[in-house]
Design a protein around this ligand. Sequence first.
Ligand SMILES: N[C@@H](CCC(=O)N[C@@H](CS)C(=O)NCC(=O)O)C(=O)O
Length: 204
Amino acid sequence: MKLFYSPGACSQAPHIILRETGTPFTLVKVDLGQHQTQEGGNYYELNPKGQVPLLALDDGSTLSEGPVIAQYIAEQAGRQDLLPPVGSFARYKVLEWQNYITSELHKSFSPLFNPRYDADIKALFLEQLGKKFKWVDSRLEGHAYLTGDTFTVADAYLFAVTGWAPRVGMDLSQLAHLQAFLGSMAQRDSVKAALAAESQAKSA
Ligand SMILES: N[C@@H](CCC(=O)N[C@@H](CS)C(=O)NCC(=O)O)C(=O)O
């Protein structure tokens, strides 16, 4: 399978899960500004939404929406630690986080990256995001990961979006539990490998 991604974008979450599960895959970088893939194709033809990530299966079918891609990869690999089984309450707790991260964190960053939003609006989003991260920090107290001491797909997603904070001038250094989480994540081989591959691609 192929993962269409952009270095440092939300596609980093399914990228980490691909490596975590040992799934064979090829990374294909997308120039989001030019809508071109590194293979030279028009990205809109693959994904009319124009966004990363996109997973392309060997049979030609595609799947978009990062949180769903990560779930698909975890389930295909039979990794119930990354996403608990259908019907279990633990699964809903992971999905609860997936939904929170996508709707409350991920999309609150979008205006901060958009030059067309004015400074007042950006300040409001920064303030709201700051409160949300403070709450996330409180939920991490006493355990390594979001739903306990087991790493799940939601942790990869939180890691990817939290990485954007320095780029928008958000200082999260006082959030001790969140910092401990980032430290644990940085120790994982899957995360190290994903960051190395993306950073190499960025400078290429
Ligand atoms: N709902 C989509 C959102 C994906 C998304 O926001 N991707 C960003 C990068 S993090 C992107 O491709 N932005 C370029 C664009 O929207 O044109 C998902 O969760 O996968």
